[in-house]
Design a protein around this ligand. Structure first.
Ligand code: AMP
Length: 211
C-alpha cells in the first residue's frame, strides 16, 4: 500500500504523516525533509537545492526524480509520499519507477485547505530541526517556548516560511501541482484539512486507506 499526500504547503501533510508513521508503521518519503538534511550537511545536492528552496521555487524535476529513485531502491512499500510528486513529470516518473518494482500508487489523499488558513499556518510555523516535528506559535505551542517537546532542540522558522516566499510557493503549487488532482482522479480522496485537528484528519484518512 503506497499513499500520496497531495495538498498545498501548510495543508498538514507532514503532521498527518507523523501520525501514520507512529500508529501504522508507514515509512515517510518527504522530499522537503530530504533536501533539508542535505542542506544541513552542506552537500553539493544540498547547496543546489537550497538555491531553489530559499527562493520558494521548486527544485528541478530531474534532480528530485533522481533522489526519489534512489530512495525507492531501498523502500517501496507502505510508503507515504509527502511533497512528492509535485509536477506531472514527477508523477509520470513515479509510475514508471514503481511499475519496474512491481508496485504502484494505491491511494491519493488530497488535503483540501482554505488559502487563508494556509497562510496563518505557515507564517506561524516553527519546526524542530532534529526530529522535524512541527509547531505553531499560536495554535500548537510546545510545552516550553521555543523548545521541541520530543528532544529539547531549539525550534526554528524555516527560511521559506517568510511571507514573500510563501506567496512564491503557493504560486508554484497552484501552477505545477494542482493539475495532479486531475492526473490522479481515479485514486483521489478528498479530506477537509482546515477544520478539526490532526487526530480528526488522521481518523478520516486511515478509514479511507483501510477501505
Ligand atoms: P516541503 O517541505 O514539502 O514544503 O518542501 C520544501 C521545498 O523543498 C519546496 O518548496 C521545494 O523548493 C523543495 N521540494 C520539496 N519537494 C519537492 C518536489 N517534489 N519537487 C520540487 N521541489 C521540491
Amino acid at each position: 500500500m503506497n499513499v500520496i499526500f497531495l495538498g498545498a504547503p501548510g495543508s498538514g501533510k507532514g503532521t498527518v504523516s507523523e501520525l501514520l508513521i507512529k500508529k501504522n508503521n508507514f515509512i515517510q518519503l518527504s522530499t522537503g525533509d530530504l533536501y533539508r538534511e542535505q542542506i544541513a550537511k552542506q552537500t553539493p545536492l544540498g547547496v543546489e537545492a537550497a538555491s531553489y528552496m530559499n527562493a520558494g521555487k521548486y527544485v528541478p524535476d530531474e534532480i528530485t526524480i533522481k533522489v526519489v529513485k534512489g530512495f525507492l531502491q531501498e523502500h517501496n512499500d507502505k510508503l507515504i509520499f509527502d511533497g512528492f510528486p509535485r509536477t506531472i513529470a514527477q508523477a509520470e516518473a513515479l509510475d514508471t519507477i514503481l511499475k519496474d518494482l512491481a508496485k504502484q500508487v494505491d491511494k491519493v489523499i488530497y488535503l483540501k485547505c482554505d488559502s487563508k488558513v494556509i497562510i496563518e499556518r505557515l507564517t506561524g510555523r516553527l519546526i524542530c530541526p532534529k526530529c522535524k516535528k512541527s509547531y505553531h506559535v499560536v495554535s500548537l505551542k510546545p510545552k516550553k517556548e521555543g523548545i521541541c517537546d520530543n528532544d529539547g532542540s531549539e525550534l526554528i522558522k524555516r527560511p521559506d516560511d517568510q511571507e514573500d516566499k510563501i506567496q512564491v510557493r503557493l504560486n508554484e503549487y497552484n501552477t505545477l501541482t494542482k493539475p495532479l488532482i486531475e492526473y490522479y482522479k481515479d485514486k483521489i480522496v478528498e479530506i477537509q484539512a482546515d477544520k478539526g485537528g490532526p487526530e480528526d484528519h488522521y481518523n478520516n484518512i486511515i478509514k479511507e486507506i483501510n477501505k
